[in-house]
Write a protein that binds this ligand. Structure first.
Ligand SMILES: CC(=O)CC(=O)SCCNC(=O)CCNC(=O)[C@H](O)C(C)(C)COP(=O)(O)OP(=O)(O)OC[C@H]1O[C@@H](n2cnc3c(N)ncnc32)[C@H](O)[C@@H]1OP(=O)(O)O
Ligand SMILES: NC(=O)C1=CN([C@@H]2O[C@H](COP(=O)(O)OP(=O)(O)OC[C@H]3O[C@@H](n4cnc5c(N)ncnc54)[C@H](OP(=O)(O)O)[C@@H]3O)[C@@H](O)[C@H]2O)C=CC1
Length: 285
């Protein structure tokens, strides 16, 4: 199946990154969020990224303008969905929000459209079951920051068809990414491995073993990680980290995945990391 019209739902850090890369790869993109103001914010972030590439002489001003002209804001979900060949959902990591959105999308999208989720950890099979087209539902898990990171984890739900898997694999390559096939288990591979490390790093702060700065230095200088785990947690979003740990904990029923109480406390305080201006570190807004 050939993909031309690419819809992204959710204009946060992941949705705006996915929209940018899709438009840079030549697709016609529609970008939707619950509030128009969030779409504007997402578009402003994309423009800022592209301007940085112009100033580094990686792309021309005409390239930038071309990319921006390929991203149309869609204020209503209907407008975002009605002509899509593929929808990539990147809204909050919450099963009820995602299933209710997929149910609505199923009723609005053309029958041939693929419905993909950028979920970090939630079961694709359960999201697919909210629709009448489970064979056309799949996980397309980009990494943050989307314009930089090469991986797309492609997750097969129980009913995902081979044809849909192949289309999404080709789409990831057309976006300059490397797809890796993964089966549908909580956290897939990426977050089953990454998030317990981040959670353990938070425990070391909680238990007074070291400061956030010291924990990050250990992992950067000692293990050559590009970012320490607490800087990375702030970058991902502490709410998202907590939702992922909860999915692992519930999904496997194993106490080794219990979220650190300090992570819960920060999220309850609204300390969500870089996006809210404060997490383990303080950021300029
Ligand atoms: C939670 C999940 O479900 C899954 C996930 O995504 S987990 C998170 C996965 N991501 C990571 O682990 C990221 C780890 N960090 C890194 O790889 C690096 O720190 C980084 C790529 C983010 C920044 O790299 P750096 O060398 O420290 O900084 P910097 O030199 O400023 O940036 C390198 C390049 O990335 C670009 N970049 C950095 N941040 C960016 C952003 N937010 N958006 C777009 N481009 C960005 C820069 O423009 C620069 O581009 P050029 O090389 O073309 O000049
Ligand atoms: N952060 C990361 O590093 C990664 C995240 N992911 C996944 O991507 C998804 C999005 O994460 P991220 O971009 O970080 O989150 P953000 O909080 O940056 O963005 C989520 C956006 O979705 C909006 N939203 C919430 N509910 C709806 C809805 N019903 N319809 C449309 N838009 C809605 C939010 O609006 P509002 O703010 O008003 O709630 C917000 O603008 C999550 O599933 C996450 O697990 C995947 C890979 C990496």
């Amino acid at each position: 199946m050939s993909i031309q019209r690419f819809t992204v739902i959710g204009a946060g850090q992941m949705g705006s990154g996915i929209a940018q890369v899709a438009a840079q790869s030549g697709f016609e993109v529609r970008l939707h969020d619950v509030k128009e103001e969030l779409i504007r914010k997402g578009l402003a972030g994309i423009e800022k990224n592209l301007n940085r590439q112009v100033s580094k002489e990686r792309i021309s001003e005409a390239d930038r303008d071309g990319v921006l002209s390929r991203i149309q804001p869609a204020v209503t979900l209907e407008e975002a969905a009605n002509e899509a060949d593929i929808v990539v959902e990147a809204v909050v990591e919450n099963m009820e929000v995602k299933t209710s959105l997929f149910r609505r999308l199923d009723g609005m999208c053309p029958t041939h459209a693929i419905l993909a989720s950028n979920t970090s950890s939630l079961p694709i099979t359960e999201i697919a079951a909210a629709t009448q087209r489970p064979e056309q539902v799949i996980g397309m898990h980009f990494m943050n920051p989307v314009p930089v990171m090469k991986l797309v984890e492609v997750i097969r739900g129980l009913a995902t068809s081979d044809a849909v898997y192949k289309t999404v694999e080709e789409l990831a390559r057309a976006m300059g990414k490397t797809p890796v096939e993964v089966n549908d288990f909580p956290g897939f591979v990426s977050n089953r491995v990454l998030m317990p490390m981040i959670n353990e790093a938070i425990y070391t702060v909680y238990e007074g073993v070291a400061t956030p700065e010291a924990v990050d230095e250990v992992m950067k200088l000692g293990m050559n990680h590009p970012m320490g785990p607490l800087t990375l947690a702030d970058f991902i979003g502490l709410d998202t980290c907590l939702y992922i740990m909860e999915t692992l904990y519930e999904g496997f029923g194993d106490s080794k995945y219990r979220p650190c109480p300090l992570l819960r406390k920060y999220v309850k305080a609204g300390w969500l990391g870089k996006k809210s201006g404060r997490g383990f570190y303080v950021y300029e807004k």
